[in-house]
Design a protein around this ligand. Structure first.
Ligand SMILES: [Zn+2]
Length: 273
């Protein structure tokens, strides 16, 4: 059976289910990686009453709804985080599959999406991004660009040759590094971590310089909106810090999906000043 003959709705629903399961696993990664425990063993136990979780209570999204958000054993409420990560990952996976169909580009961008979710989650909770999520992805971006250039693999990828990947890395890392230096000078405190520099260098290698600029612009826009919202709700900690990584990741994801369309729209002579 040729998968390309399956109806698109079916493929997208399958991608969503797969994404929900992946989101469940990514949530475990986000919880365990900063605590330096294995992401595979031991099997999950309830954080409230330390009972090992049965498979039927571990079905993404569904279990949370069936249990009405409460532990089967002690009835204490289960963190909404589980549900949020599962739903968000399901939606992000469905978006990639909708755009790129069943292809190697989809596989590549799903891996990148998972990386972005884990980096965002850890940055959100702990204000740092583990190096192993960003640094190995820089050479990986160059390898992908080389494969596109020389073998025609990943024909839908944003970056089509090694030069674009290198320029993207330098522009992405360079801009965030610049903001970091200027921010430290203006505010006399660390405005942006070095983790963001490495993160944006890696993403730049996959986005190319033009999408990188768009990514940073979208991240600033999203970050400002959320920052103002949190400030008004009085939810910013006493240092006034909000991690920037999740917004850069959200910007990068939006660029993967809509980047060329946004840039085309913006540079259309009918719309631009
Ligand atoms: Zn419990």
């Amino acid at each position: 059976m040729n998968v390309h003959h399956l109806p698109m709705e079916f493929i997208i629903i399958a991608a969503g289910l797969f994404g929900a399961a992946a989101g469940s696993f990514l949530h475990v990664c986000i919880w365990r990686i900063p605590r330096e425990t294995s992401i595979v063993t031991p099997a999950s136990r309830t954080p409230c009453c330390d009972v090992s979780i049965r498979w039927y209570d571990n079905i993404p999204i569904l279990s949370y709804c069936i249990l009405l958000g409460r532990c089967r054993y002690c009835r204490s409420s289960i963190s909404l985080r589980y549900l949020i990560y599962e739903i968000v990952t399901a939606l992000l996976f469905a978006g990639i599959v909708y755009k790129f169909g069943i292809s190697l580009t989809t596989l590549l961008y799903l891996i990148m999406t998972m990386n972005l979710i884990v980096a965002s989650g850890i940055d959100w909770d702990h204000q740092y991004i583990p190096d192993f999520l960003s640094l190995p992805m820089i050479p990986a971006a160059l390898v992908v660009a080389a494969l596109v250039q020389w073998t025609g693999m990943f024909p839908q990828a944003l970056v089509q040759n090694i030069r674009q990947a290198i320029v993207g890395c330098v522009v992405g890392g360079g801009i965030i590094w610049g903001i970091r230096i200027i921010g430290a000078w203006v505010f006399q405190q660390e405005a942006m971590g070095f983790g963001d520099v490495k993160l944006m260098a890696f993403m730049g290698g996959f986005l190319g310089w033009d999408e990188t600029l768009l990514c940073i612009f979208l991240a600033s826009l999203l970050g400002s909106c959320v920052g103002i919202g949190l400030k008004m709700a009085g939810k910013i900690d006493k240092y006034g810090r909000i991690p920037f990584g999740p917004y850069l990741c959200a910007g990068a994801y939006l660029c993967l999906l809509f980047g060329p369309e946004i840039i085309q729209w913006y540079t259309n002579p009918l719309f631009s000043p």
